[in-house]
Design a protein. Structure first.
Length: 276
């Protein structure tokens, strides 16, 4: 593979990307990396000279965007993250060292993160990464001992073998849970990273740019997910899915990118007209 790790994210916050790249550089000094951004918005001019930044244009929902980006990744490992994150020093290097010394092909490093308004979050307790610590994940098809990982480091080859994320879901959270449950049903183990890998900004409910995410998760994705995991052995019955399932999802995520007159799509983050 061309890189040790591909850091992938569906992305809209162009104003964050240069800072994000700088923090990524400090987190991954000992391993080669590429940053893969899948976004409807253009790459800022001040980033066009980086030869390890891959920009893919797509107006689809975050899950579709992430799947398209993953297929284009050229790393031995893939790290899914978000574009309101700041990578913490040495965290990716440490996680790759842990992966190489501990993990088999089916195993995953859960890249622990902090989350809070204006990057104020603290380290989350160990039980947070257990599925049944969250009421909405106490479903018949999810064993009590299963772990979760919303930011994960895993073999790109194995990701593709599993078929990646299920793009019937709009936002990426439920597909991330689904993928990790399929990993565990297939015999894989999730290991927590030794260090917090990122600190992330956090918007509550429908504030700032989270309204489309809130609506997608609450009214569209959750009912599908609950139905999918309504019976025991749900993950075991669907370990592998079609890698090209993204082709069945809409080309434009209208919740996010359609302007008020519904005739045009937003061409920049500013045109989305969010107020912090």
């Amino acid at each position: 593979m061309k890189y040790d790790v591909s850091v992938l994210m569906p992305a809209i916050r162009t104003h964050n990307w240069l800072m994000l790249y700088g923090s990524l550089f400090n987190s991954c000094r000992n391993n080669s990396f590429e940053l893969v951004l899948v976004s409807p918005f253009d790459l800022p001019d001040n980033m066009k000279h980086f030869d390890n930044v891959k920009h893919i244009k797509d107006f689809g929902a975050p899950t579709r965007a992430a799947q398209i980006g993953a297929i284009a990744c050229e790393g031995r490992l893939m790290y899914h993250c978000v574009d309101d994150a700041i990578f913490l020093p040495n965290a990716i290097d440490t996680a790759i060292e842990t992966y190489d010394s501990t993990c088999g092909k089916k195993d995953v490093i859960n890249m622990r993160y902090r989350e809070g308004a204006e990057y104020s979050g603290q380290t989350l307790p160990p039980h947070f990464w257990t599925a049944w610590a969250h009421d909405e994940l106490r479903l018949p098809g999810i064993p009590q001992h299963y772990k979760i990982s919303l930011h994960h480091l895993m073999s790109l080859e194995y990701f593709k073998e599993l078929g990646g994320w299920d793009c019937q879901f709009e936002y990426i959270n439920h597909p991330l849970h689904d993928l990790m449950f399929r990993v565990q049903a297939d015999g894989g183990t999730l290991y927590d990273s030794k260090l917090d890998a990122t600190t992330c900004n956090h918007f509550v409910g429908k504030t700032v740019d989270h309204a489309p995410i809130f609506d997608a998760q609450t009214f569209f994705d959750k009912p599908k997910f609950d139905a999918l995991y309504s019976t025991p052995e749900a993950a075991a019955s669907r370990i592998k899915i079609d890698l090209d399932n993204w082709k069945n999802s809409p080309e434009i995520w209208e919740r996010r990118f359609k302007t008020e007159n519904k005739e045009e799509v937003a061409k920049s983050y500013k045109e989305l007209d969010y107020v912090g």
